[in-house]
Design a protein around this ligand. Structure first.
Ligand code: FMN
Length: 330
C-alpha cells in the first residue's frame, strides 16, 4: 500500500462523495473514511455506513471503539465490503467519544488497545493501522509515546499515523484540540529514527508540497486533512510534485466528471448538496473563486431529487461561464 500521501479521516467531510471527488483529482493518494463506530456497524445499517464506490480505491476504513470483539467483527465486515486497510482511531478527543471510551482517551489504556489490535489482526487479512496523537493532557514526554508505540508494535502493527500534537481531554472542544496544542514534529521524526522497521506517517498542519517534501525526508508518509478539504486542487499539485505525474485533470475536467457522478447519484435519491458541498474550495486561490462558491450556494440546495433540475442547475453553458470566471488567472 502506498501511504506516501493520504487524506485524513474527517467526520462530516470525507464521506464517499468527497472521496469520489478527490479521487478524480488524484489517482495516487490514499483516502480514509470518516470514523465509523464499531457498535454502529454491529447494530446499524451496514450498507449505509460502509458502502462506497469502487473508483475511490484505495480506501482505508477508520474504526472507533474499544471492544476487541466489536472492533474485530467490524474489521472483518470492512474487509468484506472491499476496503484496503483498517485503521483504529486513537486520536479523537471529543467528549462524546471519551464517554464511550474510544479515540484519544485510549492512549491511557495501552493494554486494552493491544487486545483490540490483536483481535482485529486475527479477524482480517487487511493491514491494520493506528492513528494517534503524541500525548494527552500533561503527558507528552517522548518516553511515554515511545512506550505506547512499542507496546502496540508488539501486537504486529507496522503502520502508525501520528498527529503531531497532544490532545487535551475534557477541557478543549474538538476544534480547539485541532489548533491549540502546539505541533511537535520532532517527536514524530524521533519515532521514525527509533523504529526504523515501522512505517511512520506524520500528520498535522501540513499545507504545501514543499512541506510534504521536507517531511518525507524524515518520515515514510504525510497525511493532510483540512488543507485538502479547503483546497482540494492541492491534490493536482501533489500529483505533479510528489508523484511526478503530469497527467492530472484540469478543474474543468474534474467538474465535468463529477457532474456525471452527480446525475447518477441524484437518480438514486442523493441530494445535490450532499455531493457538491465538498467542492466549494475547488477554485481556492483563483481570483474568481467566489463565482464558483456563489453559484453553488445559490443552486445546490434543491430539495427534490429531480434530474431535470440537476440538468438545469448544471446547465452546460452557464456552468462553463462560471468555471471560466472562477478559474481566471491561474
Ligand atoms: C472536521 C474534522 C473532522 C475530523 N474527524 C476525524 C475522524 O473522524 N477521525 C480522526 O482520526 N481524525 C479526525 N480529524 C482529525 C484529522 O484526521 C487530522 O488528524 C487533523 O485535522 C490534523 O490534520 P490537518 O492539520 O492536516 O487538518 C478530524 C478533523 C477535522 C477538521
Amino acid at each position: 500500500m502506498n501511504r506516501k500521501v493520504s487524506v485524513a479521516p474527517m467526520m462530516d467531510c470525507t464521506d464517499k462523495h468527497e472521496r469520489y471527488f478527490l479521487r478524480l483529482i488524484s489517482k495516487n493518494i490514499l483516502l480514509y473514511t470518516e470514523m465509523v463506530v464499531s457498535e454502529a456497524i454491529d447494530r446499524g445499517d451496514k450498507q449505509k455506513l460502509l458502502s462506497f464506490n469502487i473508483e475511490e480505491k484505495p480506501v482505508a476504513l477508520q474504526l472507533g471503539g474499544s471492544s476487541p470483539k466489536l472492533l474485530s467483527n467490524a474489521a472483518k465486515i470492512g474487509e468484506e465490503f472491499g476496503y484496503d486497510e483498517i485503521n483504529l482511531n486513537l486520536g479523537c478527543p471529543s467528549k462524546k467519544v471519551q464517554k464511550n471510551k474510544f479515540g484519544a482517551c485510549l492512549i491511557k489504556e495501552p493494554n486494552l488497545v493491544a487486545d483490540c489490535l490483536i483481535e482485529m489482526q486475527a479477524k482480517t487479512k487487511l493491514p491494520v493501522t493506528v492513528k494517534t496523537r503524541i500525548g494527552y493532557d500533561q503527558v507528552e514526554d517522548y518516553e511515554h509515546l515511545y512506550n505506547f508505540i512499542n507496546k502496540l508494535k508488539l501486537t504486529g502493527i507496522k503502520t502508525f499515523i501520528i498527529h503531531a500534537r497532544k490532545a487535551i481531554l475534557g477541557k478543549f472542544t474538538p476544534k480547539q484540540n485541532l489548533n491549540i496544542p502546539p505541533l511537535k514534529y520532532e517527536m514524530v521524526y524521533k519515532l521514525k529514527e527509533d523504529f526504523k522497521d515501522l512505517e511512520i506517517i506524520i500528520n498535522g498542519g501540513i499545507n504545501t508540497t514543499d512541506q510534504i517534501k521536507s517531511h518525507l525526508f524524515k518520515t515514510d508518509g504525510v497525511m493532510l486533512g483540512r488543507s485538502v478539504y479547503h483546497s482540494p486542487y492541492l491534490l493536482a499539485e501533489i500529483e505533479k510534485e510528489i508523484y511526478k505525474n503530469e497527467n492530472y485533470p484540469s478543474r474543468q475536467e474534474v467538474v465535468e466528471k463529477l457532474i456525471e457522478y452527480l446525475k447518477k447519484e441524484v437518480n438514486k435519491g442523493t441530494r445535490v448538496n450532499q455531493v457538491m458541498r465538498h467542492t466549494l474550495g475547488l477554485f481556492h486561490g483563483q481570483t474568481g473563486s467566489s463565482y464558483w462558491k456563489r453559484y453553488l450556494s445559490e443552486n445546490m440546495c434543491v430539495r427534490d431529487a429531480d434530474i431535470q433540475k440537476v440538468n438545469h442547475i448544471m446547465d452546460k453553458v452557464k456552468l462553463n461561464n462560471v468555471i471560466q470566471s472562477a478559474g481566471q488567472i491561474d
